[in-house]
Design a protein around this ligand. Structure first.
Ligand SMILES: [Zn+2]
Length: 177
């Protein structure tokens, strides 16, 4: 064996260039649930301020403000649920009158404007992406209320994911994107 070959045997291969690897960002629900406020009263909560907070946090298009400004929001501490929606009117307990609850109820307002075909198409699109989109899978693993009815799934996807929901679902949220 010649010296050259011998040296080659001991020569370390060149170190590969160091390429910084992107640090994976752990998935997190973009709009986590706010705690209820047991001290809130009809006098202490401003529904208009809650509405404005929802507009900003959920990036509601400004062109939709007139539509959502016209939705009446009533507070009633005696209702059986944190909040509900009937037509163009939302009723909520003061303790639960916060932007996330409002986002959920406003999604119901939009749902009621959709045709039966649009609702059926949403169900199909939702079922198709539930197990494949990481954000949807994460939400599904943490949220059992989505399974109660497709109308609730529609509202919960918007309420918790907002603009981070899969693009394929956004067309079922007219005025909200
Ligand atoms: Zn609901």
């Amino acid at each position: 064996m010649c010296l050259k070959k011998l040296l080659e045997l001991f020569q370390k291969p060149g170190s590969p260039p160091v390429v910084p690897q992107p640090v994976p960002i752990p998935l997190a629900i973009p709009h986590p649930e706010e705690p209820m406020n047991p001290d809130a009263t009809i006098q202490s909560v401003s529904v208009d301020m809650v509405r404005q907070s929802w507009y900003l946090q959920w990036q509601v298009p400004e062109s939709s403000y007139p539509f959502f400004d016209a939705i009446k929001i009533k507070m009633d501490p005696t209702i059986a649920f944190p909040a509900w929606t009937c037509g163009n009117e939302i009723t909520c307990q003061p303790a639960f009158c916060n932007p996330g609850v409002l986002a959920h109820e406003m999604a119901h307002v939009i749902w009621f404007t959709m045709t039966d075909n649009q609702k059926a198409d949403f169900q199909t699109a939702y079922n198709a992406i539930l197990a494949t989109d990481p954000m949807m899978t994460l939400l599904d693993s943490q949220n059992s209320y989505m399974n109660t009815a497709i109308v609730e799934a529609h509202a919960e996807v918007y309420r918790y994911l907002g603009e981070r929901m899969p693009d394929s679902l956004k067309k079922y949220y007219p005025k909200l994107f």
